[in-house]
Design a protein around this ligand. Structure first.
Ligand SMILES: [Zn+2]
Ligand SMILES: [Zn+2]
Ligand SMILES: [Zn+2]
Length: 78
């Protein structure tokens, strides 16, 4: 049943004692990655088991260059 435990046991990073993280890296538009597991995690996205786009967690920085500008344009037009 504990399939995840099996996966972690088979982790190459653990095996080779590499610097890595079992959390999910949330990759932001600006290239910064947040760790879902550990707020103090400073590892890059590639060192995580999973990487997702911050858009998937409704991060407001997604399309930060577009949405606010669009909203401003619409406000100006009306
Ligand atoms: Zn590991
Ligand atoms: Zn973001
Ligand atoms: Zn991490």
């Amino acid at each position: 049943m504990p399939e995840s435990a099996v996966i972690i046991k088979a982790c190459a990073g653990c095996d080779q004692d590499l610097e890595h993280c079992h959390g999910t890296a949330i990759l932001h538009v600006d290239g910064i990655a947040d760790c879902s597991e550990d707020p103090d995690c400073r590892l890059t996205a590639e060192l995580h088991r999973f990487v997702i786009s911050c858009a998937e967690v409704d991060c407001c920085c997604d399309g930060a260059g577009d949405a606010p500008a669009l909203a401003a344009e619409q406000a100006a037009a009306s």
